[in-house]
Design a protein around this ligand. Structure first.
Ligand code: PMP
Length: 390
């Protein structure tokens, strides 16, 4: 990049791909390509097998009870929209309440707003403090008999906070509310066990776990998914169609209308194999070490403020602002050194409003990053600050 080796610190937006993922997708298109489900010829049977294997891999990756509980979608955003639409239609009535937290990504706010507007329900917000920690006492007060669902991220993309999701799920269940975990920033970085969490729904995106774009996952408890109406109508999701009446397919197909994203699903399978080979515990440990190393180096830079300082565990990202310098200028100057960081509101405008800022600079790490890259980033950052201030 600009004649320098790339330092990629934007994995919270999307992750780079291991060769095996690219190879698997191109092999599939070149040598094994066919549709799934519908055909009896060998090529399609093999494609169907490979595609179904991914469902099992995701089941294992999330420690789900059954593979029927794994629904393929286009991404976290579509998974949340699916739940908002289908769960909403089945369970949400006027006067009911949906809870989200003050640190959600827009994709975990807007679908619930749309649902609440349509059903006459009320959206309520679990507040946070200046460190970027959710206020659990306030959460306990907000939960009540009218709360139908709580939707909260496990790790915040804007602040790095790791939320105490297991406890929050337990608290929701005590009041009879269901819980959706936005795992977009946790599935790529920490081991996830949906049964241990007792999550009702867990969603994530393939492109952040080293897989391709255009594929995402919705995990849902079987008994809930069975009670929810389909999200879209079309091929594959039906059992029998007549002009007077249609009956629907069983799980997971009821929620997968149309020809699926076959190559992307197969690519996701390769990505999950790869992540498991590296080991989610190893990934978690290394990223924690990178975070500790980077934080120690940048925290004393004069005028630099880290936005999001949760005392408990934090995810591998640092959101920061520097007095008198616009984050956009920091991002642009670092780019000239070959360093890719994200600047902006990170699709979390309410978080920015809370801190009375319009944007931050965000460096986010993945297991393929190194301490040498952090050293380079810190020295370039200091140089950029000197340049702008002089
Ligand atoms: N939630 C969180 C916490 C995220 O970080 C993101 C992606 N930045 C999303 C949801 C949306 O994911 P996608 O754009 O892949 O659907």
């Amino acid at each position: 990049m600009h004649g320098k080796p790339l330092v990629y610190f934007d994995s919270a937006a999307t992750a780079q791909k291991p060769s095996i993922v690219i190879q698997t997708i191109s092999d599939f298109y070149r040598d094994h390509y066919a549709t799934v489900h519908r055909a009896i010829y060998e090529l399609a049977i093999r494609a169907t097998e490979q595609y179904q294997q991914t469902r099992q891999k995701v089941q294992r990756f999330l420690h789900a009870k059954k593979r029927e509980e794994i629904i393929f979608t286009r991404g976290t955003t579509e998974s949340i929209n699916l739940v908002a639409y289908s769960f909403g239609k089945a369970f949400v009535k006027p006067g009911d309440e949906i809870l989200v937290s003050a640190m959600e990504h827009h994709s975990n706010i807007v679908p619930w707003q749309i649902l609440c507007e349509e059903r006459g329900a009320v959206l309520k917000v679990i507040p946070m403090n200046e460190k970027g920690e959710l206020l659990l006492d306030e959460y306990a007060h907000l939960l009540n008999k009218r709360t139908k669902l709580v939707a909260v991220n496990q790790i915040s993309n804007a602040l790095g906070t790791v939320n105490p999701i297991k406890k929050m799920i337990q608290m929701a269940h005590e009041k009879g509310a269901k819980f959706l975990v936005d795992g977009a920033q946790s599935a790529p970085h920490i081991p996830v066990d949906v049964q241990d969490l007792d999550a009702d729904f867990f969603v994530f995106s393939g492109h952040k776990v080293m897989g391709p774009t255009g594929i995402g996952i919705l995990y849902g408890k079987e008994e809930l998914l069975n009670q929810m109406p389909p999200y879209q109508g079309g091929g594959d999701m039906i059992e029998k169609v007549t002009f007077s009446h249609t009956t629907y397919n069983t799980l997971p197909f009821k929620f997968e209308a149309g020809t699926p994203m076959i190559a992307e699903i197969i690519g996701l399978g390769a990505a999950i194999d790869y992540m498991e080979q590296v080991g989610m515990e190893n990934i978690q440990q290394w990223e924690a070490e990178l975070l500790r190393y980077a934080t120690a180096q940048i925290k004393d830079i004069p005028g630099l403020h880290i936005v999001g300082q949760a005392a408990e565990k934090r995810g591998g990202l640092i959101s920061f602002i520097i007095d008198g310098i616009h984050p956009l200028d920091i991002g642009s100057l670092l780019d000239l050194h070959g360093i890719a960081i994200r600047t902006g509101h990170h699709c979390a405008q309410p978080v920015m409003d809370f801190f009375h800022i319009s944007s931050t600079a965000r460096a986010s790490f993945a297991f393929y990053n190194t301490k040498e890259e952090i050293d380079y980033f810190v020295s370039c950052l200091q140089e950029c600050i000197r340049k702008i201030k002089n």
